[in-house]
Design a binder for this molecule. Structure first.
Ligand SMILES: [Zn+2]
Length: 177
């Protein structure tokens, strides 16, 4: 390793410096919060929320093959990270427009909640999955290598990037057959 600070910073280590003013933060409280002695703000490490879509049409589910790291080449579902302040339903509609180029109708209640790690450092993610209907023919964006419509019989043999998506897709196919 060259060029880096060389300091370990795991996905669950508390923040060391105030993101607002760069002051060295104090001791971590039992709650996980760390308060800045300069500005008084408290900082917490949290999972980053992501949203994913189960899209079923004519008995087949739409999955993507990842075109970028992490997990490049593995099977994923359409979706991505929420932006700050963004509602999960709005975020998923935005991601589907970006990744597939189509309008989406997202059901109001999530059908999947899962926590998992993401990337080499193992950053924590909170995954929220919805059933989604799309209009028209999807076409893959740059970060998607391929789109595939899969049947229930293919779910077990695919190389999913994250195991909870296998369950997510399987249950969606069962529901909409
Ligand atoms: Zn501060």
């Amino acid at each position: 390793m060259t060029g880096g600070s060389g300091k370990e910073f795991s996905p669950t280590d508390p923040f060391r410096y105030c993101p607002a003013d760069g002051t060295r933060l104090g001791e971590t409280r039992a709650s996980g919060g760390t308060t800045c002695p300069e500005c008084g703000r408290s900082w917490y490490r949290n999972s980053a929320p992501t949203v994913g879509a189960a899209i079923v049409r004519d008995g087949k589910a739409l999955v993507t093959v990842r075109g970028i790291e992490p997990e490049k080449g593995k099977v994923d579902v359409p979706g991505g990270f929420l932006e700050v302040g963004e509602h999960p339903v709005e975020g998923l509609r935005r991601e589907i427009q970006e990744e597939l180029g189509v309008e989406a109708e997202v059901e109001g209640n999530p059908v999947l909640l899962a926590t998992h790690t993401y990337g080499e450092e193992g950053n924590w993610v909170l995954a929220i999955g919805f059933k989604v209907r799309i209009e028209g023919e999807p076409r893959p964006a740059d970060d998607v290598a391929e789109l595939r419509w899969i049947s229930a019989g293919e779910v077990d043999e695919l190389d999913f990037a994250w195991e909870h998506d296998r369950r997510f897709v399987r249950e969606a196919l069962r529901g909409d057959g």
